[in-house]
Design a protein around this ligand. Structure first.
Ligand code: FES
Length: 147
C-alpha cells in the first residue's frame, strides 16, 4: 500500500482536532449506540427532535481519527433536517463531505451512519410512530452483529 492510502484529508484532520457537537444531550428524544466489533470503537449519538426536525444532535465517540471526524461531520449534516431527510443519509454523503477517507478507513464512516439510524429508531419507537423498513432492517442487522 502507498502512503496516500493512509492519508487523511484536511477536513478529516480539522474535524478530528476540533469536533463539532461533542458531548451528550440531557433528556434526548433518541439515542443510538453502536460499536465496531473488529476494532472495538464505539459511538453514542443523541438527538433532540421537535416537530419532526432534528434540532439538536451530539455525540460521544471512543475511536480512531476517522470515527471522530465522521461523527462530527454527520452532526453538521443532520442538524436542522427532518427525520425523513436524516434517514436518507449514507456513508457516501459522510465521506464526500470530508473530501474522502483512506480506503482502509471507509468502514469507520459506517459507525456514524449506523448510530444515527439507531437514534432515529429509538426516537420513532418511543413515540410509537411508524418505523421505515430500512431503519428496522438496519436495526436488526446491528442487533445480530452485537449479540
Ligand atoms: S478503526 Fe475503528 S472505527 Fe476506525
Amino acid at each position: 500500500m502507498t502512503r496516500a492510502q493512509f492519508q487523511y484529508s484536511k477536513k478529516v484532520l480539522k474535524h478530528f482536532r476540533n469536533p463539532h457537537n461533542l458531548g451528550k444531550i440531557n433528556d434526548p428524544s433518541g439515542i443510538g449506540e453502536v460499536g465496531n466489533m473488529v476494532c472495538g470503537d464505539v459511538m453514542k449519538l443523541y438527538i433532540k427532535v421537535k416537530n419532526n426536525i432534528i434540532t439538536e444532535i451530539k455525540f460521544e465517540t471512543y475511536g480512531c481519527a476517522a470515527a471522530i471526524a465522521t461523527s462530527s461531520v454527520i452532526t453538521d449534516l443532520v442538524k436542522g433536517k427532518t427525520i425523513d431527510e436524516a434517514i436518507k443519509m449514507t456513508n457516501k454523503d459522510v465521506i464526500d463531505s470530508l473530501d474522502g477517507l483512506p480506503p482502509v478507513k471507509i468502514h469507520c464512516s459506517l459507525l456514524s451512519v449506523d448510530a444515527l439510524s439507531e437514534a432515529i429508531y429509538d426516537y420513532l419507537f418511543k413515540e410509537k410512530k411508524e418505523i421505515p423498513k430500512e431503519v428496522v432492517s438496519r436495526h436488526q442487522r446491528l442487533i445480530v452483529h452485537s449479540s
